[in-house]
Design a protein around this ligand. Structure first.
Ligand SMILES: [Ca+2]
Length: 261
C-alpha cells in the first residue's frame, strides 16, 4: 500500500495540469451547451434605432427560478454577456448588446455552428448587418432573413447520418431548452422533444437515442417524438448525466429519475 506521503506528492505533481484541464473542458462544454440552448430558447436580433443606426442583441429569456438564474450566470462567466431579472421578477434574461462583445461571442459559432434552421438564418442576417451597418441594407435583408430556411432544412435532411462532432454537448443544451420530462400522475413517465420546421433535428435525436416510434407531425410543421419505453428513457438519463443539464430541466430530470427507478 502506498504511504500517505507518496499519494500526496503524486497528486501535487499532476494537480496544476489536471485543474486547468478540467477547467478548459468545462468551459468548452458550457460553450457548446450554450449553442444548443440558444438554438432552442435564444434569439439573435438586429434592430434599428430611429432608422439611424443598428442595434445588435443576443438574448435568452427563461422563467426566473434559481436553477435557471444559476445556469445563465455560468454561461455569462464563460461566454460573456450579463444576466438580469426582468418582467417584474418573472423572467431571467441573459443578454449581450455591445457590438464588440457580440463579435467575440460569435467566434464560438465559427467552431460550433447553430443547428436549427431558424438560428442559422438569424446568425447569417446578424453577420451581414455587422459588416454592412447601413440601415438601408438592414431593411432590405430583413425581408429576406428566412428566405434560405427551406434550403437549409432540405440540405440537412440526412444530418443523422453525419452528426457533428459536438452533437452530444449541443443536445444537452437543446434538451435544456426544448425537452420535457413528464411525470404526470395519471400517465407513465415520458420524455418528449420537438421543433418547428426542423424535421432533420428531431430525426437525428430519434436516431441518436435509438428511438423506434414514429416521428410525430402533430400540427402544422411541428415535429416531435414522445418516448415511454423505459430502456430508451434510461439512455436519455445516462446522456444527461454524462452531459449534464444545468437549469430547470436538471431539476425536472432529477424528479423524473426518482419516479422511474
Ligand atoms: Ca423552451
Amino acid at each position: 500500500m502506498a504511504s500517505r506521503g507518496s499519494i500526496l506528492s503524486s497528486l501535487n505533481l499532476n494537480n496544476d495540469h489536471n485543474v486547468s484541464d478540467i477547467f478548459n473542458k468545462n468551459n468548452q462544454y458550457i460553450k457548446i451547451f450554450w449553442v444548443g440552448l440558444m438554438d432552442g430558447d435564444g434569439s439573435i436580433q438586429v434592430n434599428h434605432w430611429r432608422k439611424q443606426s443598428l442595434q445588435y442583441r443576443l438574448i435568452i429569456k427563461l422563467s426566473n427560478i434559481k436553477s435557471n438564474y444559476n445556469m445563465l450566470i455560468k454561461v455569462a462567466k464563460v461566454v460573456g454577456g450579463t444576466v438580469r431579472i426582468t418582467g417584474k421578477g418573472a423572467d431571467v434574461i441573459w443578454v449581450v448588446n455591445k457590438k464588440q462583445e457580440i463579435e467575440e461571442i460569435l467566434k464560438i459559432y465559427d467552431t460550433y455552428p447553430p443547428l436549427t434552421s431558424r438560428k442559422i438564418c438569424q446568425l447569417a442576417f446578424l453577420k451581414t448587418c455587422l459588416v454592412d451597418t447601413s440601415v438601408e441594407t438592414y431593411l432590405l435583408h430583413r425581408k429576406l432573413k428566412y428566405d434560405k430556411q427551406l434550403t437549409i432544412i432540405n440540405s440537412n435532411f440526412y444530418l443523422k447520418k453525419n452528426l457533428p462532432s459536438y452533437f452530444k454537448e449541443w443536445l444537452s443544451g437543446f434538451i435544456e431548452a426544448e425537452g420535457c420530462f413528464s411525470i404526470r400522475k395519471s400517465n407513465n413517465p415520458s420524455f418528449s422533444i420537438g421543433q418547428k420546421d426542423d424535421f432533420y433535428l428531431i430525426d437525428a435525436i430519434k436516431q441518436y437515442f435509438e428511438v423506434t416510434n414514429k416521428l410525430r407531425n402533430t400540427y402544422g410543421k411541428f415535429y416531435s417524438i414522445e418516448i415511454y419505453k423505459k430502456e430508451v428513457l434510461l439512455k436519455i438519463i445516462t446522456h444527461c448525466t454524462n452531459y449534464p443539464l444545468l437549469g430547470e430541466k436538471l431539476e425536472s430530470l432529477n424528479k423524473f429519475n426518482q419516479k422511474l427507478l
